[in-house]
Design a protein around this ligand. Structure first.
Ligand code: HXC
Ligand code: NAP
Length: 264
């Protein structure tokens, strides 16, 4: 176990699984106190127990929906009461399903925007009162769909685009207080619910990997590495950045199809 996060506190929204839980694990192993929220009481209790076992019992899990501002604020207050000023806030709660716009009800579209974008506003806005100032690092999880239109992902594309702009607006407003606001934009990450939904078959998985310049899925650890960096002194002048950790996927079509496979 390292100690780069010793004495520091991480709050994770959407922390019961996947990439966000992976980040919580890494911070716990580096010595951080950890608070996790998600909707499911069972999932969040299990995740908190797992993290507690890694960091000597300094983890709490609270059932809260990011669409409910008061519930988010109460969870942040509980975190602050237990651990003091919060050093890192990770806003990663999200929902996704694959559907064409015409197969999406108004409520279906709104649901994803509410969780991803409004939820991120709620988490970051409510956290401000409980942050270490100066010094706090706020990190949202966005996606390549924020800047690259994608079939059957109108809700996610719109919501994540909003997260990118929200990140930059808050970076402007909160930078003077020494609060940095950044976002990580993961590429396709293995062993996650997100990719299980977007690439449910081996064939779909192979097609996606073939378009990534690195020719593989990323790992949760690779996203955690960036989160840890953004919360370190080394990132003290990094503010308002949307940082891809995507194996180069955002650069363009990495499949080499356009020139008859010359890129393969
Ligand atoms: C069309 C759908 C649908 C589908 C739900 N809806 N699934 N419409 N196709 N497959 C519609 C419902 O009919 C309803 O509209 C509305 O969406 C709300 O559905 P609920 O089930 O009531 O919502 P809720 O319980 O809040 O659940 C939210 C959810 C669900 C997003 C729909 O899938 C969820 O909880 N997801 C969390 C886990 C997850 O998605 N993880 C992956 C994150 S990855 P009506 O009109 O009927 O009321 C990610 C990818 C980023 O974000 C990019 C990766 C590369
Ligand atoms: P995941 O395991 O499904 O993670 C989503 C988390 O959000 C879960 O812990 C879920 O727990 C929680 N959540 C969902 N709705 C919530 C709500 N309304 N309030 C509070 N918590 C809520 O998915 P993942 O694939 O690891 O994705 C994690 C993040 O990375 C997301 O922001 C996603 O958009 C982003 N991302 C993923 C990929 C990828 O390849 N997987 C790529 C780019 C970006 P509960 O069900 O208990 O609420």
């Amino acid at each position: 176990m390292g100690n780069s996060q010793a004495g520091k506190t991480l709050f994770v929204a959407g922390g019961s699984s996947g990439i966000n839980l992976g980040i919580a694990r890494r911070f716990a192993l580096e010595g951080a106190n950890v608070a996790l929220i998600s909707r499911s009481p069972e999932k969040i209790a299990a995740a908190a127990a797992e993290i507690s076992a890694l960091n000597g019992g300094r983890a709490i899990g609270v059932a809260a929906d990011v669409r409910d501002y008061d519930a988010v604020e109460a969870a942040l207050k509980q975190t602050h009461d237990r651990f003091g000023d919060i050093d890192t806030v990770l806003s990663g709660a999200a929902g996704n399903f694959v559907a064409p716009a015409l197969g999406m009800s108004a409520n279906g579209f709104k649901t994803v925007v509410d969780i991803d974008l409004i939820g991120t506003f709620n988490v970051l806005r409510a956290s401000y009162a409980f942050l270490r100032k100066p010094g706090a690092s706020l990190i949202s999880i966005t996606a390549g769909q924020a800047t690259r239109a994608s079939m059957f992902q109108a809700h996610v594309c719109a919501a994540k685009a909003g997260i990118n702009m929200l990140t930059q607006c808050l970076a402007l407003e909160w930078g003077p207080a020494g609060v940095r606001v950044n976002a990580i934009s993961p590429g396709p990450i293995g062993d996650t619910e997100g990719m299980a939904r977007l690439a449910p078959t081996p064939e779909a998985e192979a097609r996606i990997k073939a378009r990534v310049p690195m020719r593989r899925y990323g790992t949760k650890d690779e996203i955690a590495d960036m989160a840890l960096f953004l919360s370190s002194d080394g990132a003290a002048y990094v503010n308002g950045a949307i940082i891809p950790v995507d194996g180069g996927s955002g650069c363009g079509d990495g499949g080499g199809d356009a020139l008859g496979g010359l890129g393969d």
